[in-house]
Design a protein around this ligand. Sequence first.
Ligand code: SAH
Length: 239
Amino acid sequence: MKAKVRLYVDHPLGAGQTVGLSREQAHYLFAVMRLEAGDGVLLFNGEAGEWLAEVIVANKRNPVLECRTQTGPQVSPPDLWLLFAPIKKARTDFIVEKATEMGARRIVPVLTEFTNAERVKIDRLQAHAVEAAEQCGGTFVPKVAEPVKLANLLDMWPQERSLMFCNEALVGEDRKLAGTRGPWAVLIGPEGGFSDAERQRLSELSQAHAVSLGPRILRADTAAVAALTVWQTTHGDWQ
Ligand code: SAH
């Protein structure tokens, strides 16, 4: 049994387990992809690895799948958060998609002094994370958190979590990522950059490590991908 579709389901998975589907998923499987009873689908739920399931009832109203065998282990990303200041809608979507592919565990929109975003729709961003995980072969979907003010976040910053502060004021300087193992977060500013007060506050935070992302100023979406790459190759799961 081969499978040409991968789906995230919010449902327990295990041998013999039957699984229902959302309306959208049923529409996608049976109307768009034209699957029939006996066809295979790959499922993951963010906890139980990847499973091959068989379509038992190919019905848009009452679809039934049944898990057969586990096809891959659960692979969760390292304990890395991506904090980013939301930008225009399409670029914010891009950041969430790329952060999922790059292996972030939690994605947090942060409101900074110069953040100029349209309203952030968390449901929509979460759906992008699900789609990216389905597409990239991952078995984990990062949680997209409610937006939080940068100042509040820093006031209650967890003692044990290091912060990779991507500071555009260090452009061109040799300030590479160093620091310890353990939980981390990456912080990317908005198109307008960080304010002096924010930079000052970050310099006082002992967990923060200010870094440069090279000799050019990157757009925020590029900076997010570049920073996640640097972190994954030095501290994460590409080492
Ligand atoms: N308007 C600002 C640039 C902001 S770029 C200016 O012209 O100075 C958006 C974000 O990407 C920054 O806040 C920073 O977090 C990150 N960034 C972009 N280029 C960077 C670089 N060379 N080094 C470190 N961070 C960078």
